[in-house]
Ligand binder design. Sequence first.
Ligand code: BGC
Ligand code: BGC
Length: 446
Amino acid sequence: MPDRYDLPTGFRWGAATAAYQIEGAVTEDGRGPSVWDVFAARPGTVRDGHTGAVACDHYHRYPEDIALMKNLGLDGYRFSIAWPRVLPTGSGPVNPAGLAFYDRLVDALLDAGITPLPTLFHWDLPQALEDGGGWLNRDTAHHFADYAAIVTDRLGDRVPAWITLNEPFVHTVFGYALGTHAPGRTLMLEALPAAHHQLLAHGLAASVLHDRGLEVMLSNNLTPVEPATSSDADLAAAQAYDALHNRLFTDPVLLGRYPDLSALGVPDDLYGAIHPGDTDLIAAPGLDGLGLNFYNPTRIAAPTEPGLPFDFVDIPDVPHTAFGWPVVPDALRQLLLSLRDTYGKTLPPITITENGCSVTESTTPDQPRIDFMSAHLDALAAATAEGIDIRGYYTWSLLDNYEWAEGYHQRFGLIHVDFATQQRTPKASYTWYRDLIAAHKARHSK
Ligand code: BGC
Ligand code: BGC
């Protein structure tokens, strides 16, 4: 059986973070408010009222964090750029101090021998755009393309590859359908125009980036969907969920068409959002790589109550993370094989842009995270041996950070952060990952 040491020569080892989850400094140097600042300040939205106002204070401590990355031996670092730092009101005047921060960050990474992999949008929409309808407003897609041009004009000379959006599924569903994330809207399926406008934003920005000779990826959170039983009703429910979670965000980009959502009662034009020509704008630029964020498979049953046409069912008899998510590493291999079945030659090379787990703070020596990462990396090696082109792995996350609606309660980091003192302490998984990266490089340099 192939294992993680057999991952290909040149495989890119990385770690990932996102702006609102680590930067803090939310009112500094002219940054405008984002939807997360506003949402988290509203009572009852986030566990214990936690906000990202300070987070890991990475805005000031990035040199220390880059030193920790260098010591880890990372090839690449995935971070996100806060749109409201660059454009405090989302469109209009540029904030030079905001751009200058990312300029310093990129230079410091390059000095440390680490390739920056920026994401342009990881959920922190400028609040001024939300006030105009946010992702429900088609104009937001055009503002995003303008923002992409501004950022890449500044950094594109040093940063070759970019991710447009992070997980439009999670942002649409948690942010606009269920309201458990910012901006906290509860539109259920009528949230889907927000999905289309994000995909349109991706397509418009991808053209901007390609015009500048840059590579483009999109990071989707994909999940293999399994029916709870082999009954027709459970199979139909699983198919409907798969269309909503996976195909809705990948088919338009890779195949130039939307999946059939009629089983959900969703109109073909996504409630009027899709205009003629949009699917071409989304697909035409093409993708240089598919970013895959993988956490867990999903088990679905037919609904027991009226409402959505599916129910979520736990997967028993497997370990669960501190967050309660089932741990099924082979599901990652299966997902990769099924992507090849579905997309064939249109499937671009894959980069795992997130994978990791939350572990309770008191768990020493961080063994569940080491087990989680090693098993998922072995699954990637197995998929590679079956012919899937996987270019790299960015673990989520470098540091314990602000876990959205869970505040600081879920710890995903290789590095422990004491949020009272900002002290960083590498965990056992950090040492394990460092040794793995070194051993893999040693084996593949022979
Ligand atoms: C899902 C995960 C997903 C996460 C996103 C969870 O509810 O089970 O698959 O990655 O939300 O934050
Ligand atoms: C998101 C991250 C998040 C992680 C764990 C992903 O859905 O991109 O921002 O922290 O999952 O929930």
